[in-house]
Write a protein that binds this ligand. Structure first.
Ligand SMILES: NC(=O)C1=CN([C@@H]2O[C@H](COP(=O)(O)OP(=O)(O)OC[C@H]3O[C@@H](n4cnc5c(N)ncnc54)[C@H](O)[C@@H]3O)[C@@H](O)[C@H]2O)C=CC1
Ligand SMILES: O=C(O)C(=O)COP(=O)(O)O
Length: 525
């Protein structure tokens, strides 16, 4: 039974779904990194929100971890390259809390426009300062969206309903989508110069970090109000404080901070400043949505191999996963076969699918080929990290899909190019289930690739098989199955034997020195 740790506060629906789906679950929140490191080794899955920091250190201690599920959107608290390198899938729930977060941004915009928090404080202090507070209307004001993705577009929709003019800076926003959203696509400088309110809705990346820098804040319209419900780090907090103090920025509302939890901040106490403690996603509706979604996705992955909303692996639906399973087993065996036979120095690999295999999602098949291939170099390789390892090694990976059906109803062919030239192997599924090798280096063979095997290339001459049988027999090696293929009678032949124990050391040398043997190699599947 797979086991998951929920390490941040999550709606109880998450634990309920894990249990219903046959996943054991522990809910242990508020642990320090050291405490988390000490227990993470027992878990196959880790379900988090934004508090748990999934660092390389945590991942190194997570010896059984297969999946990190983020009940929410932002994954900047997860070291994704480190997770990928360790073969851990990282998934999020990209839509479950978008409406709630957009509504929080709109709420903060209203709060800024009418100085509601300060007015509330003063009223409850019995001051009745009716003449102190003078707000601004939102109608006809210009809202500048930085980031027009899921949340940004919901904010735009609500703002248009409030009769605001919406302008958006997002390098990935197409003109067609801007028209559909009813916003004007502008440059960042244009947005800074024109917006009465600026709201941020981008992830925190190298291109967005400090996007409202001191320099950019200076380019804003005097009296601008700024809202950040996306990520701390998008705004220079010191520069924002100075701009509030000077009156250039009339108000700022931050839900997110560079350092969280934000126990101290240069902005705290600054007139015109409003804050909430990362509450963007905190509604019952959003929390139920993301809890259900993350638990379903993680359980699907741990129980059936389905992959949804992964950030470091192609998707694979729970319906597709069982269909692809035997293909992935075949693909991994073929990859492993060429990997073991080719050794180091591979430069390119091509994965071709034809017949029924060509109708499937090819990415997981290629991932499985690469996992099999790279096992030669690393025993911690899997489908998640294999593509990254391949890239790291500069391996050129090609995928080819043939619509034709050849001799087999379904076929996967793996060809590699390396120091030893090009080699190609192909396999099919027997009875739609059992992987079977059908071709090796252009020679037809039929073999199941399993357990210990012995691969021999030899001259097709009478008497060889008898000599080989006696050599192995004398060494106490039992032959399970025996597969022979040859290019032409009397030419080059290929032998694949399954053996009950590995052929190694001196025995392998003896086999190599048998007359007619061109190459002999022990293989393991
Ligand atoms: N405060 C909170 O509790 C919550 C915060 N968030 C945060 O909100 C942010 C946005 O979420 P979504 O809209 O769902 O993401 P999304 O991926 O749908 O949209 C992000 C948009 O930012 C744009 N973008 C990327 N680089 C940019 C750049 N350099 N300049 C301008 N635009 C750029 C992208 O093209 C994309 O359209 C994320 O950082 C997420 O973590 C999300 C949920 C809750
Ligand atoms: O989904 C996101 O990106 C959020 O920032 C929400 O964070 P939280 O789950 O409330 O800690």
């Amino acid at each position: 039974m797979p086991k998951v740790l929920i390490s941040d506060k999550m709606d109880p629906k998450a634990a309920q779904i894990f249990r219903e789906r046959g996943v054991e679950v522990d809910e242990i929140t508020g642990k320090t990194p050291e405490e988390l490191k000490a227990i993470i080794g027992q878990y196959d899955g880790l379900a988090i929100r934004s508090s748990t920091k999934v660092t390389k250190e945590i991942l190194d201690a997570a010896t059984n971890l297969k999946v990190v599920g983020r009940a929410g959107i932002g994954v900047d608290n997860v070291d994704i390259p480190a997770a990928s390198a360790k073969g851990v899938v990282v998934m999020n729930t990209p839509f479950g809390n978008s409406i709630t977060t957009a509504e929080h941004a709109v709420a903060l915009m209203f709060a800024l426009a009418r100085d509601i928090p300060e007015a509330d404080k003063s009223t409850q202090a019995g001051k009745w300062e009716k003449n102190r507070f003078m707000g601004v209307e939102l109608t006809n004001k210009t809202l500048g969206l930085i980031g027009a993705g899921n949340i940004g577009s919901i904010v735009a929709d609500r703002a248009l309903g409030l009769k605001m003019k919406v302008i958006a800076y997002d390098p990935f926003l197409t003109p067609e989508r801007a028209v559909e959203m009813g916003v004007e696509k502008v440059t960042l400088d244009d947005l800074l110069a024109r917006a009465d309110f600026i709201t941020l809705h981008t992830p925190l990346t190298d291109s967005t970090r400090n996007i409202l820098s001191r320099e950019n804040l200076a380019k804003t319209k005097k009296g601008v109000r700024v809202i950040n419900c996306a990520r701390g780090g998008l705004i220079d907090e010191e520069a924002l404080k100075d701009a509030l103090d000077s009156g250039h920025v009339a108000g700022a509302a931050l839900d997110v901070f560079v350092e969280e939890p934000a126990k101290v901040s240069p902005l705290f106490g600054t007139p015109g400043f409003i804050s909430t403690p990362h509450l963007g996603a905190s509604t019952n509706e959003a929390q139920v949505n993301v809890a259900i979604q993350v638990a379903e996705q993680m359980a699907d992955f741990l129980v059936n191999g389905g992959v949804t909303n992964a950030l470091n692996m192609p998707s694979l639906s729970a319906e597709e996963a069982p269909k692809l399973k035997p293909y992935m087993a075949l693909a991994e065996q073929l990859g492993s076969l060429v990997g073991q036979l080719s050794g180091e120095g591979l430069m390119a690999v091509s994965v071709e699918v034809e017949g029924a295999a060509a109708e499937l999602n090819q990415k997981p098949i290629t991932g499985a080929v690469l996992a099999g291939l790279m096992k030669v170099y690393s025993d911690t390789v899997n489908m998640v990290n294999a593509p990254f390892l391949a890239k790291e090694r500069g391996l050129d990976v090609r995928e080819v899909r043939h619509d034709r059906e050849g001799d087999y109803h379904t076929l996967i062919r793996v060809s590699v190019n390396g120091r030893n030239g090009e080699r190609s192997v192909a396999g099919t599924l027997f009875s739609n289930r059992t992987p079977r090798l059908v071709e090796m280096f252009g020679i037809k063979v039929e073999a199941d690739l399993e357990g210990d095997m012995l691969y021999i290339v030899n001259d097709d001459k009478p008497g060889f098989i008898g000599r080989l049988g006696s050599t192995l027999g004398e060494a106490g090696i039992n032959i399970g199955t025996f597969h022979l293929g040859r290019r032409s009678a009397g030419g080059e032949a290929v032998l694949l034997l399954s053996v009950d124990s590995p052929v190694q050391g001196d025995l392998l040398k003896t086999v190599c020195s048998l007359p007619g043997v061109r190459q002999a190699k022990a293989l393991r599947f």
